[in-house]
Design a protein around this ligand. Structure first.
Ligand SMILES: Cc1cc2nc3c(=O)[nH]c(=O)nc-3n(C[C@H](O)[C@H](O)[C@H](O)COP(=O)(O)O)c2cc1C
Length: 405
């Protein structure tokens, strides 16, 4: 039996039917009130059919004022959860849990990575702007102590709604430069209150969120965290700090940690800045995963760069991780896990290598997800120029339609 096909028992007793995880991929399929739609059920039905043991959703926001993009699902208790939103969420959960698939909602707050298209007044631990064009991301203000204290309650509410709708777990997004990741890094967290300073203080908000989510849900409901192995920035959240946070998360009994790296300023999660030998070896964060596995006995899903079955099985065989996370290939080939598990294929297509210009990649992959949601076939021949134009048009149209902005 392929190592990929072996089940995995999580600390809470839940069993993943195999070792393939569909990594979180923002879908942009919500309606004008940021509610789930039939398009989610269509897309997640395909992924459940596709055979992964666990499917993590694209990031769902805990506060509608701060979106990662206009088509995000939001569950913050302010709008739409009762009037129709919950039914669509239930249909989405039913489709995504078919065939014994674990379906975990990624819950998130983008903090200063909230684009100007949806918000002119983003918040962050401290008023540190992104080193990216101000036309895309407005300068954030520092959150008040009351606003910070409200964050765990918001994550807990979204997690409780996810459980009520039929999702089997949540993943708390603490990677990629989103709010909880901003609290972890001294480059953005310059607070002088209980949430800033040494690592224990900077990690305090994440640990509070884990506790609040645990309290708001039930045993058997999986709690995962997505965490950076490192921010790969001078003076930022380092690998040593990551190892300590993993130990604390282990003590807090999280069921799985997904390891990635980087943020909008330094997009290491997509392989940017990786050495040629690392890209060739696949698994951008493999060396870090080895250290993380030694730090604490928490199941690890390693995401970023895996394309061949040989590399996936190699990482599992040496014990560097327990689950292989797949992102970009799953935007196009939703049945990839099934084909890897049955031996029908021994590799994922590296579509990113053929997209010109490379900066069109994000839009190209996002438009493939929208095609699946609309029940269309993916467009593997889409040009980079069409991807950029199509993506911008989609984001502008979706932003313009949002209610109450
Ligand atoms: C279109 C797209 C959307 C993404 N959305 C999310 C997201 O919502 N949350 C998240 O944690 N990561 C997100 N990611 C990052 C992926 O989960 C993953 O870390 C990254 O694609 C690297 O894995 P890969 O090499 O298998 O693609 C996204 C990536 C892409 C390409």
């Amino acid at each position: 039996m392929s190592l990929l096909a072996q089940p995995l028992k999580l600390p809470n007793g839940i069993v993943l039917k195999n070792r393939i995880g569909k990594a979180p991929l923002t879908e942009g399929l919500a309606d004008e009130m940021n509610r789930a739609t039939a398009r989610h059920a269509s897309l997640y039905g395909k992924w459940a059919e596709g055979g992964a043991g666990v499917v993590v959703t694209g990031n769902v926001q805990v506060d509608r004022r701060y979106l990662e993009r206009p088509g995000n699902v939001v569950i913050d208790g302010s709008l739409g959860e009762v009037e129709g939103g919950l039914e669509a969420l239930r249909a989405y959960a039913r489709a995504g849990t078919a065939h014994g698939t674990q379906l975990w909602m990624q819950i998130s707050h983008p903090g200063r990575q909230t684009p100007r298209r949806v918000c002119d007044h983003p918040v962050a631990p401290s008023a540190v702007p992104l080193a990216l064009p101000e036309s895309a991301f407005a300068r954030p203000r520092a959150m008040t102590a009351d606003e910070v204290a409200e964050v765990p309650r918001r994550f807990a509410h979204t997690a409780a709604m996810a459980r009520a709708a039929g999702f089997t777990g949540v993943q708390i997004h603490a990677a990629h430069g989103y709010l909880l990741s901003q609290f972890l890094t001294p480059l953005v967290n310059k607070r002088e209150d209980r949430w800033g300073g040494g690592l224990a203080a900077r990690a305090g908000l994440l640990l509070e969120v884990v506790r609040a989510v645990r309290q708001a849900t039930a045993p058997g409901f999986c709690i995962s965290v997505k965490l950076n192995s490192s921010d790969f920035q001078q003076g930022g959240f380092s690998n040593e700090e990551c190892l300590q946070v993993v130990r604390w998360l282990g003590e807090a009994s999280v069921d799985l940690i997904e390891i990635s790296g980087g943020n909008y300023e330094r997009p290491a999660m997509m392989g940017s800045g990786a050495k040629e030998s690392t890209v060739k070896r696949e698994a951008y964060f493999l060396d870090y995963a080895r250290l993380i596995k030694q730090a604490a006995p928490v199941p690890i899903m390693l995401t970023g760069g895996f394309r061949t079955k040989a590399a996936m099985e190699g990482a599992l065989a040496e014990g560097a991780c327990d689950v292989i996370g797949l992102g970009r290939p799953m935007c196009v080939d939703t049945d990839l896990p099934h084909r890897l598990l049955t031996g029908e294929t021994d590799r994922a297509e590296a579509y990113e290598d053929r997209i010109v210009p490379a900066k069109a990649g994000l839009g190209w992959f996002c438009l493939q997800l929208i095609a699946h949601g609309d029940g269309r076939d993916p467009d593997r021949a889409m040009s980079g120029d069409d991807a950029i134009k199509g993506y911008i048009a989609n984001e502008e149209k979706t932003a313009a339609a949002l209610v109450g902005r």
